[in-house]
Design a protein around this ligand. Structure first.
Ligand SMILES: NC(=O)c1ccc[n+]([C@@H]2O[C@H](COP(=O)([O-])OP(=O)(O)OC[C@H]3O[C@@H](n4cnc5c(N)ncnc54)[C@H](O)[C@@H]3O)[C@@H](O)[C@H]2O)c1
Length: 291
């Protein structure tokens, strides 16, 4: 449903890789809601070619930028202002990548060069985007910057690895820069902490199916989809949320506030006790006979 919430606004959207990407849905919804946008991704991701199909569909230019390279970001903002005809009203940071996760390294055996890369691509990049925009005075008053996060910033998810530190830093940068950008010209900076979502980055995390199923069982409203995340981003870019800044906003069907749910309790009764180390306890509690 479109009610033209972003009519006349100009935006830059980072991170649409393919049609499963959360950024892809945000681009579609921003367009539906009347925004003019520029799409961007790393040069290597552009080689896949999918993003150009989206650009064609939405009548949006695609500008390559490695989000860790300040020169690329300066060029991106400069060109976007030219193409869109003025300063930028909203930015979506939808970028995350961990070489440690990709290589399947155990958390107690991380490669520190990889870890630096994780932090640079997934967190420090938000600072770079904000600093470039701030120094170039590239954003309009009451502009809105949203970055996507995950609850592993606050809690331990055993296979999320160094992405947990990246998300904690991402949320911290949103708070710190939110102060400075708010004071300078009322630009808002927030993170949205999204449910597990079936995308290339999401499914790359070990045990993703369990992340997804567990969160779904725990959430009274069920997991939030990428389309629903895109709706929330549109609202955060709109003038309806002008006094929301420096927040980490959970978009997770209620998951972050839950302890245990009826659904999980019921499915625990059908479990075969894989989670028990102590076989006697397993027998006593589940009534499963030792073999
Ligand atoms: N999928 C989930 O379960 C989930 C849950 C919560 C938060 N998130 C976050 O949402 C965001 C988007 O991820 P997604 O799930 O849509 O997956 P995705 O794989 O579709 O998107 C990740 C994007 O990051 C881009 N990227 C990687 N390195 C880059 C670089 N150096 N410069 C520019 N772009 C670069 C990739 O090309 C890709 O487009 C990420 O921050 C992710 O951590 C995802």
């Amino acid at each position: 449903m479109s009610i033209q919430l972003l009519k006349g606004k100009r935006g830059i959207i980072f991170g649409a890789l393919d049609e499963n990407s959360i950024a892809w849905k945000v681009a579609e919804k921003a367009h539906e809601n009347g925004a003019k946008i520029v799409l961007t991704n790393a040069p290597i991701a552009l080689r896949m070619g999918e993003i150009f199909k989206l650009g064609e569909k939405l009548n949006a230019e695609v500008i390559p930028a490695d989000i860790t390279q300040v020169d690329d970001l300066e060029n991106l903002f400069q060109e976007s202002m030219k193409i869109l005809g003025g300063k930028i009203d909203f930015v979506l940071h939808s970028v995350g990548m961990s070489p440690n996760v990709r290589k399947g390294l155990h958390y107690a055996n991380l490669d520190y060069n990889y870890m630096n890369k994780t932090l640079d691509v997934s967190a420090i990049s938000l600072h770079k985007v904000l600093q470039v925009a701030y120094q170039m005075d590239a954003m309009n008053e009451w502009g809105s910057v949203v970055a996507l996060s995950y609850i592993a910033a606050q809690r331990t998810y055993s296979s999320y690895s160094d992405m947990a530190q990246a998300k904690a830093m991402l949320e911290s940068i949103a708070r710190s820069f939110g102060y400075h950008y708010g004071k300078k010209c009322k630009v808002r900076v927030n993170t949205i902490s999204q449910s597990p979502t079936v995308t290339t980055a999401g499914t790359g995390v070990g045990g993703f199916k369990s992340f997804y199923a567990y969160a779904n069982c725990m959430s009274p409203l069920g997991n939030a989809s990428s389309d629903e995340c895109a709706d929330y981003c549109v609202v955060m870019f709109s003038d309806l949320t002008r006094k929301v800044t420096m927040q980490n906003l959970f978009h997770d069907g209620g998951y972050s506030t839950m302890g245990i749910s009826d659904t999980l309790i019921q499915s625990c009764f059908t479990c075969q006790g894989e989670c028990f180390d102590d076989l006697e306890q397993k027998e006593k509690i589940l009534g499963l006979k030792k073999k």
